[in-house]
Design a protein around this ligand. Structure first.
Ligand code: SLL
Length: 261
């Protein structure tokens, strides 16, 4: 290791692009008979990948990200027997079957040379087709309809930014430039481009968020609010207890004539 390897290069900022998200397909009747539970309606894959794609069928994944990502942990819904799934090498992805959408916590750990803390992102697992808010279509189309609409994609582009990187880590990053995205759009076409009417239909609203997602978010906020109130009550109780104890000790001390021995 060179002497300046563990020296931070102050003033330098370098980033690496990633995408995270999921694809989902409706299971055929035949497939439904072979999956762990007859309730399962979809097969999905959630992943962390490079934005550039290796082929037109796959979203992202051309570059091997293991030069800077050491481990990815996906935290699934508690209805899964083993909700926490960790991967120490690519592909950083989970393929599962299930029946419902939920929030997935994705923890990204970087290689030790980086000296960087893990980054946590969240992805709402999307199973149901994108539908335009405000249109007359039901928010979640029936399975037979969804099946005809093809795979559902929900991906997020992000950039992981490293400030003042260690020289050794900077060397690793610069040795692996990310593959540039194509200048022209290729498949899959973004939702709004494919469905121009959706922009009009969703005037002012955001079609990505269904009413069910909003309800679930409201429930999470309410649960968090209750937890904070309970915690505050708990600490207030402990404080009152400690204050009483302090008073008692003070009185004891006074009774002893102020002596501290
Ligand atoms: C919902 N809040 O009610 C969500 C929870 C959970 C989905 C969805 C796995 C089931 C299994 C599964 O699909 N969980 O392991 O059998 O929509």
């Amino acid at each position: 290791m060179a002497s300046n390897d563990r020296v931070r290069q102050r003033g330098i900022t370098i980033h690496r692009p990633i995408i995270y998200g999921n694809t989902a397909v409706v299971l055929t009747q035949q497939e439904r008979e072979t999956v762990p539970s007859p309730d399962h309606t979809h097969r999905w894959t959630v992943a962390v990948r490079s934005p550039a794609s290796a082929d037109s069928e796959t979203v992202g994944g051309k570059d091997d990200l293991s030069y800077f990502i050491k481990r990815v942990t996906f935290k699934l819904h508690d209805t899964y027997t083993v909700p926490s799934r960790t991967f120490d090498k690519p592909p950083f992805e989970v393929t599962e079957t299930g029946w419902g959408e939920f929030e997935i916590q994705i923890r990204i750990n970087f290689v030790p040379e980086s000296g960087e803390k893990a980054v946590v992102v969240y992805h709402h697992l999307k199973l149901h087709p994108w539908t335009a808010a405000g249109s007359n279509d039901p928010e979640i189309p029936p399975l037979e309809v969804a099946m005809k609409m093809g795979p559902v994609h929900s991906w997020q582009y992000d950039e992981i930014v490293f400030h003042d990187p260690f020289q050794s880590f900077l060397n690793i990053l610069t040795a692996h430039p990310p593959t540039a995205l194509p200048r022209h759009k290729s498949r899959p076409v973004p939702f709004h481009t494919a469905n121009p009417a959706s922009l009009e239909a969703s005037r002012g609203g955001v079609p990505e968020f269904t009413q069910q997602m909003e309800r679930e978010e409201a429930e999470r906020l309410e649960a968090a609010r209750k937890a904070v109130v309970a915690e505050t009550d708990n600490w207030r109780g402990r404080l009152i207890g400690k204050e009483k104890e302090l008073e008692k000790l003070k009185r004891l001390l006074e009774a002893r004539g102020g002596s501290t021995d």
